[in-house]
Design a protein around this ligand. Sequence first.
Ligand code: ATP
Ligand code: MG
Length: 402
Amino acid sequence: MMIYDHILVRYGELALKGKNRGDFEKTLKKNVQHALKDHPACKVKRTYGRMVIELHGENPQEVMNKLSVIFGISSFSLAMKSMNDLEQIKETALQAYRQHEGEKATFKVSAHRSYKNFPVRSQELNRQVGAHILRNTENVSVDVHNPDVEVTVEVREQGTYMTCGRTKGAGGLPVGTAGKVTLMLSGGIDSPVAGYLAMKRGAEIEAVHFHSPPYTNERARKKVEDLTRVLTSFGRPITLHVVPFTELQKAIHAHIPSHYAMTIMRRMMLRITEQITTKINAKAIVNGESLGQVASQTLESMHTINEVTNVPVLRPLITMDKQEVVDISKEIGTYPLSILPYEDCCTIFLPDDSVTKPRREKAALYEKGLHFEPYIEKAVNNVETLTIGRSTAKTEVMDDLL
Ligand code: ATP
Ligand code: MG
């Protein structure tokens, strides 16, 4: 008996306009190949408007699990391939149907003939394949309106593919097609979700994390690496920039009136992130802010913090309620890590008398006395850069920054 030996991958046609198509398909193929690294026998092939994966003995369920989280895929199906020959098509379609027989009693055949040189038209194919399945099975009937199994027959130039049913893909756009952004990644619940959503729209991310040893410990840092690793399962390996933030935080603590300390600290983070963004040629900064969620996320606060950069700051969570963010973080697997109780650099030193409506003029005035440029330069020069892959982390110091 034949078994499924291919997977047919479909992507949203709507997203594909004109010259973007080639880029979309090339990037998607690369991302699929990366996700299937542990399945070396798989061969990924582009055919016009579709992608086909030849399994060559790899476990179909494992491969489908990997595909289900790749952005840019709208749906996929297990498939069997036959040559463009009517008798072979009929027999292969029967074999495909047989995989589902037993549990299911009604079916319909839906043929699509995108290769017009094939002499049998779709309607005729429906009839011939349907009759062949009926002739070779028992207690089975055709139901064109509400079938248990829909046997699709796709005639393409290089062969005909039979599928029964389809699995919904992750949607979105392939990671990498929208260009690169930096993600301000804390150890909290929000920023990993913001990163996930940016990836879903095709952005490749590099993460920036601020830490303040010895006030934040190794476990807090490890947690951020682990969060980054979870995000890599939706794309390719991710570069993580760890910024030493202790000295700047101490200076803020010592010189800035406490009710403006948080605002100034955010402005410093953004300045440093901007420099990294420029250095790596990314085009926007993503963070996990949501409107009005906490004191630092009022419109006035964003207005004052945002003053220090011209780089677009994208806030994918801006309109979401906390519960919506929590739901997504559970779905994508970052939640259990995010709730681990390690100190974040933002929570130490910070008083709880922060103003909820900080003003630009005041922030600028307070900063004047700080002479912060050398601190920023030093922090940027000592950024540690790691590449987080799915299971290994390689460390190197990024000393050529600036
Ligand atoms: P999160 O759950 O992402 O920590 P939050 O609701 O706790 O968000 P804040 O602590 O006010 O909000 O942080 C707002 C945003 O600033 C974060 O979503 C993140 O993008 C960025 N941020 C905060 N702390 C850090 C940090 N230590 N390193 C990098 N980015 C940070
Ligand atoms: Mg936080």
